[in-house]
Design a protein around this ligand. Structure first.
Ligand SMILES: [Zn+2]
Length: 68
């Protein structure tokens, strides 16, 4: 029932570092980490760093590097 999320895999635009945010389903701790291929929102994330519980990816975003 969930519509497939359109994946933009144009490598030319992937200049910014991309991050993935996991949220623990048990203790709701959020963990930001580097995006890796295959990550997508609502997929299972890394085990929780706090309670080792299951996590779900809640956000994927690109971050602008600090400019100076
Ligand atoms: Zn947890």
């Amino acid at each position: 029932m969930a519509a497939p999320i359109p994946m933009t895999t144009s490598e030319k635009r992937m200049k910014l570092p991309v991050f993935t945010v996991d949220e623990c389903l048990n203790c709701h701790m959020k963990n930001k980490r580097a995006f890796k291929m295959g990550d997508y929102v609502f997929a299972a994330g890394n085990p929780c760093q706090s309670c080792k519980g299951n996590t779900m990816i809640i956000a994927i975003f690109a971050e602008q590097p600090p400019r100076r």
